[in-house]
Design a protein around this ligand. Structure first.
Ligand SMILES: [Zn+2]
Ligand SMILES: [Zn+2]
Length: 401
């Protein structure tokens, strides 16, 4: 049978550019400095290192500095060359990276922002705000110019993901309970807008696309949820493409692709140019909605019809409660976010065409257990840091096959 010719989305395969291996410890956070072909890394051993690409194509340490405490998280703004760092001691600081000599200012302005480890730090250039969250369950924001604390908000558990929408001044705060809290920030106070509940594990990463106004949340429950805020219909679509904890999420806006990485080393590139549908609510029934056989708790019908009760399952496509016999087949349903095979009822199985089964994501192996990910949009390079103490740099620019 001749294969149908379909407009092929640009195939993107991460191409390994370089590896940084001379590390004593796992890199907990790292950023790409696009203009200088450099990488800044921090690890548990309290060091901060700047790696620059040499003519050989290898990255070599250019600056090495020991900090007074470990840096637990950081963010980099390439325009201002400003690095934002969160420390194990609870302080946050924004040292500047000086051009040409690649040295980091020693005179950091340390702000005592938290009691205990800082979990996420984010610098908002437009507002001159330094947002941070800590293991003390506080979300705070400081003026990065004056160092003054502007406001604080208490979260129920500690926060592991933070994003900010500059236009509407909304902060998205993802925590260990699996929920995402949306706060509207003012200069010195904030108000709770709503909370998104959808994950069964803690939120491990958040990513915001300000153009489409879509928030992505990754979780230890292996799933990613796409919260469509811009669509104004309350649509939330689950993306199932990882077999382990999602550890990083990055959005490439120019190609409209979401890049996700997980602890089993998987890198998934999701095509966000397709329209996906929400999965249906699971229906309740005391008997199979296909063959009408009773489920095992339905003693009355079991007695009346002298039948043995069956286990209840649900079809992922129509949401109906069905028995195992009526849902014996498995299928991927990429347009519902199921890139892996899931249980479907027999009639839904018949209705899914080969075209429907065309994957909307590509799957790659980074060959290390990812702990941290950073994407640099101007160069199209992705950085992954693994438990193997190796940092890998990947070229993510499209390869037309
Ligand atoms: Zn049945
Ligand atoms: Zn069905």
């Amino acid at each position: 049978m001749a294969a149908e010719i379909q407009p092929q989305p640009q195939a993107r395969k991460p191409c390994l550019l370089s590896k940084i291996e001379a590390l004593q410890d796992v890199v907990s956070s790292a950023v790409i400095i696009p203009k200088e072909d450099g990488v800044i890394s921090v690890s548990e051993d309290r060091t901060i290192r700047v790696w620059l690409k040499r003519d050989s194509g290898q990255y070599w340490p250019s600056v090495y500095q020991t900090l007074s405490s470990s840096c637990s998280c950081m963010a980099f703004n390439p325009e201002t060359r400003r690095l934002s760092m969160g420390m194990d001691t609870g302080s946050v600081c924004t040292p500047m990276i000086v051009k040409w000599i690649y040295c980091i200012y020693v005179c950091f302005l340390y702000l005592a922002a938290h009691q205990g480890r800082v979990t996420v730090v984010l610098f908002v250039l437009e507002m001159e705000w330094l947002l941070s969250t800590g293991q003390d369950k506080n979300f705070t924001w400081h003026c990065s110019e004056s160092g003054q604390q502007l406001g604080t908000y208490r979260t129920s558990t500690w926060v592991s993901g933070l994003q900010f929408d500059v236009e509407t001044r909304h902060a998205f705060v993802g925590d260990q309970s699996g929920q995402v809290t949306i706060l509207k920030l003012e200069q010195d106070n904030c108000s709770l807008v709503t909370t998104f509940k959808g994950h069964t594990g803690n939120v491990t990463a958040l990513c915001w696309d300000p153009v489409q106004r879509v928030l992505f949340s990754g979780s230890s429950d292996h799933s990613i949820i796409m919260w469509d805020i811009g669509g104004r219909k309350g649509t939330a679509i689950e993306l199932q493409g990882h077999n382990d904890k999602v550890q990083g999420l990055c959005y490439a806006s120019h190609t409209r692709q979401l890049i996700s990485g997980s602890s089993d080393g998987g890198i998934v590139i999701w095509n966000m140019d397709v329209t996906r549908q929400e999965t249906p609510e699971w229906l309740d029934s005391d008997s199979c909605q296909k063959c009408e056989q009773p489920f095992f708790w339905n003693f009355k019908q079991m007695w009346d019809s002298k039948k043995i009760g069956l286990r209840q399952h649900h079809c992922r496509k129509c949401g109906q409660a069905v028995c195992g016999k009526c849902s014996s087949k498995r299928s991927t349903i990429p347009l519902m976010g199921f890139e892996f095979e899931v249980r479907v009822c027999d009639s839904c199985y018949e209705s899914i065409t080969d075209e429907d089964r065309a994957p909307t994501a590509t799957f790659h192996d980074s060959k290390h257990s990812i702990v941290y990910m950073h994407y640099e949009p101007t160069t199209g390079n992705l950085l992954t840091s693994g438990t193997d103490k190796v940092v890998k740099l990947w070229d993510m620019t499209p390869v037309v096959s």
